[in-house]
Ligand binder design. Structure first.
Ligand code: NZQ
Ligand code: ZN
Length: 394
């Protein structure tokens, strides 16, 4: 196990309908001037917007709407202008990962004089400047952004989608699973796969931290069970609650403490979203089974695959057999969520950008240096090509 430091001060309020009574004070403790950030309108449709406005009565509220999935730097620029002009004290982000991610970077941009894209390409700047406190109301279980330092911001002009980390986690996060019953089947599936992928990126690690392994195996079993239930029955509050807490614990840093390898599938997926603006979780669902197959070719991974097969998928039998079955089970689970399992399924039908994407993923993700199994540009290209068909899985 590597050394680590862990502080997690986010004030988490998990439960149904807590916000009507608690939101006002949770926000007002940081000041009177509030930037209310949200996405394309789902919160208006669901009635959440009206509840939020009611709860914020008496505070000065400025709105930033229209933050898109795969949030764009344009929204962050717009937010930077608003926070400066209105002397904002606190940001209230209401939405999924995209809204919360953009809000975190806006919180840093409040203290930066230059273009906020600098804070994405040189994220170390953010560690030297302040960040406005962020209160969030999470409406989609997926990313873990509600309890971590990260944001992922896209720049369509340069085909870049990059992670950036601020000095602070959200100050207060309202996790109300009933707010997620309106999430579409597509986004529910994508969110479940995203959680699964966060676990995979941290489970397949050479630190042999058995505490992490055990925690991750438990969260894996939760998402494998409740993802399909939430897709089939969107109103199932129990499934929504299980997924919401799974999203938080899968990526609040806890289950990766002391790990030694970097992530591989996310940097590759971010290239897909950067070039084709596809849904993050759907891209991960396409890539992950192929990546598992690729790394299983390295015999030094086999012990881990046997654990994955036994403790995650409940398989018994000869080691090699159950390892292969676990890879297939992963593919079948993604398919059962009713999302595409190949790149043509998300309308990526040729390999014209694959060389550039592979080169960028290797560079941005340091895949040759830090990968669980190191991957070079040709390896990543081969993964993308393998994702064009169902060969090996159907
Ligand atoms: O924009 P609105 O109208 O709100 O609609 C959104 C959006 O269209 C909709 N939605 C959200 N909550 C809803 C709802 N629709 C109905 N009812 C609700 N309750 O869902 C759509 C997708 O929202 P988005 O926020 O994009 O989804 P998600 O939470 O999956 O976030 C994905 C983004 O987070 C990044 C991804 O790369 C992607 O950009 N990630 C952030 C991470 C982090 N900060 O730690 C880690 C992740 O690995 C990930 O990369
Ligand atoms: Zn993710």
């Amino acid at each position: 196990m590597n050394s680590f430091k862990y502080t997690n001060p986010t004030d988490i309020r998990f439960g149904v309908d807590l916000l009507d009574e608690q939101l006002h004070d949770a926000v007002a403790q940081y000041g009177q001037n509030v930037l209310l950030a949200y996405g394309g309108g789902s919160i208006k449709k669901s009635g959440l917007y009206d509840r939020v406005i009611k709860a914020l009565a008496g505070l000065n509220v400025v709105e930033l709407s229209g933050i898109e999935p795969n949030p764009k730097i344009a929204s962050v620029r717009e937010g930077q202008k608003l926070v400066k002009e209105n002397k904002i004290d606190v940001i209230l982000a209401v939405g999924g990962g995209s809204v919360i991610d953009a809000s975190k970077v806006i919180g840093s941009a409040a203290f930066y004089e230059g273009d906020p894209w600098d804070l994405v390409i040189k994220p170390s700047i953010r560690q030297t400047i302040a960040q406005l406190p962020l209160v969030d109301i999470l409406t989609l279980a997926a990313t873990g952004t509600e309890n971590n330092f990260g944001s992922v911001i896209s720049n369509p002009e340069t085909h870049q989608k990059l992670g950036t980390y601020g000095p602070n986690r959200p100050a207060v996060s309202f996790l109300d699973p009933s707010l997620t019953t309106s999430v579409s089947k597509w986004q529910t599936a994508a969110g479940s796969i995203d959680i699964f992928s966060h676990l995979t990126e941290q489970y397949f690690d050479r630190s042999n931290n058995t505490i992490n392994e055990g925690l991750i195996e438990g969260i894996y079993r939760t998402v494998i069970k409740f993802g399909p239930i939430a897709v089939a029955k969107p109103e199932d509050l129990e499934a929504r609650a299980q997924l919401m807490w799974a999203s938080t614990v899968a990526l609040n840093g806890l289950v990766g403490l002391g790990n030694q390898n970097g992530w591989t599938v996310h940097p590759i997926e971010h290239e897909l979203s950067a070039y084709y603006d596809i849904t993050h979780g759907v891209g991960l669902g396409i890539l992950t089974p192929r990546w598992l197959k690729k790394v299983y070719a390295d015999p030094s991974t086999h012990d881990k695959f046997v654990k994955f097969a036994k403790h995650v998928w409940g398989l018994n039998g000869a080691d090699d057999e159950i390892a292969q079955q676990a890879i297939q089970a992963t593919y079948d689970w993604v398919k059962s969520l009713d999302v595409p399992t190949t790149l043509p399924g998300v309308e990526i039908t040729d390999d014209v950008n694959f060389d550039e994407m592979a080169a960028s993923a290797v560079k941005v993700g340091s895949l040759e240096q830090h990968g669980y199994v190191p991957l070079n540009q040709a390896d990543v290209r081969a993964l993308l090509v393998a994702s064009m068909t169902t060969e090996g899985f159907e």
